[in-house]
Write a protein that binds this ligand. Sequence first.
Ligand SMILES: Cc1cc2nc3c(=O)[nH]c(=O)nc-3n(C[C@H](O)[C@H](O)[C@H](O)COP(=O)(O)OP(=O)(O)OC[C@H]3O[C@@H](n4cnc5c(N)ncnc54)[C@H](O)[C@@H]3O)c2cc1C
Length: 392
Amino acid sequence: MTSTRAFEIAGRVERFVRDVVVPYEHDPRRDHHGAPLDELVHEMRGHARTEGVLTPHILKGGDHLTQRETATVLIASGLSPLGPLACNTMAPDEGNMYLLGKVGSPALKERFLEPLVAGRARSAFMMTEPADEGGAGSDPSMMQTTCRMDGNHWVINGRKTFITGAQGASVGIIMAKAGDVASGGGACLFLVDLPDPAIRIDDVPNTIDSSMPGGHATITIDNLRVPADQMLGDAGEGFKYAQIRLSPARLSHCMRWLGACIRANEIASDYANRRHAFGKPLIDHEGVGFMLAENLIDIKQAELMIDWCAGVLDTGSLGTAESSMAKVAVSEALMRIADRCVQVMGGTGVTDKTIVEQVFREVRAFRIYDGPTEVHKWSLAKKIKRDWKAAQ
Ligand SMILES: Cc1cc2nc3c(=O)[nH]c(=O)nc-3n(C[C@H](O)[C@H](O)[C@H](O)COP(=O)(O)OP(=O)(O)OC[C@H]3O[C@@H](n4cnc5c(N)ncnc54)[C@H](O)[C@@H]3O)c2cc1C
């Protein structure tokens, strides 16, 4: 069970999302592939600030809610695809704030974290590299972006792709690999101000999803000079820090998209109760009723999986295996729920009259980012083999 304070915050967030954010769902201020423009985000955030629900998972003074408490709040913020943007609980900022809070020095927190928590800035996390150039994707050890020391600066070169929100962000976290042990060795993370002339946005492709401002950019980093004190944590520890971010961040995606699927299911249930075919409401046709019943079961299982994994993270564990299990179970369940919602609503389900078709598209992409289903299953299989060997 989560706490009374989390229920109280989540209650306010839910009322805000339903009453204030949902009416914005048809606001035309979108970019060429449907993502909300920053002007729209800032307007909604102004309302969230007034209502006291901006960045609701980080308390005054900087304390973060526990993961189980965060789940209650983020599910509520996800009830609209615009809710996380309005409340500043969205990806990638929510995960970036978490990482900075855990690993950042006081100076880095003051400079880069505070504007994010205040909802004045957006950020980007730059790890993935173009597949057609043999860069890091599912396998981060294939990282090709390099960093090398030059005096009191690091010089970074490389290409990145699918970088959510890079267009329009003011804070960037870049992962690069130091070439030799003398300069730290291994993966390093850097905090940078954006935009920067040495970080060029080459392309922002149209993608299946449309909820994230700035889309998912492909970027060239060309001799970017970063002062040494803008390294996040220690040299060579980049993969470890990424892991600190990735487990809670993938669980946060589960929370937000569960909220969206709960709402999609409400819309589909309403449709099935109102709409008649063959002399009775759709809900009374077993084929439709069973789809909605299966949705309820999948929603409850997703809630339980999130709560269980959040509880593990709250013990201080990295929760690598647990978050893999939760990510696979929840993202696959959400895909089934969203698909059934579309089906129950017939032709209306594939139109943009409701958020159901968007939720279906968003959840499809979620089966890939923060680790594709197969990669999580593969890493779990490796763990099964390791545990089996250890037991011999
Ligand atoms: C909408 C969206 C937003 C994103 N945002 C960001 C971001 O902000 N920052 C960032 O750094 N990255 C981001 N990414 C990148 C994302 O993390 C990668 O797409 C993901 O890690 C997969 O890498 P890849 O696309 O190179 O796929 P590949 O590595 O080419 O893999 C392709 C497919 O191969 C299969 N596969 C791979 N390895 C295995 C295995 N071991 N066993 C079985 N099957 C396997 C999987 O089915 C996988 O989907 C985003 C991606 C998307 C789609």
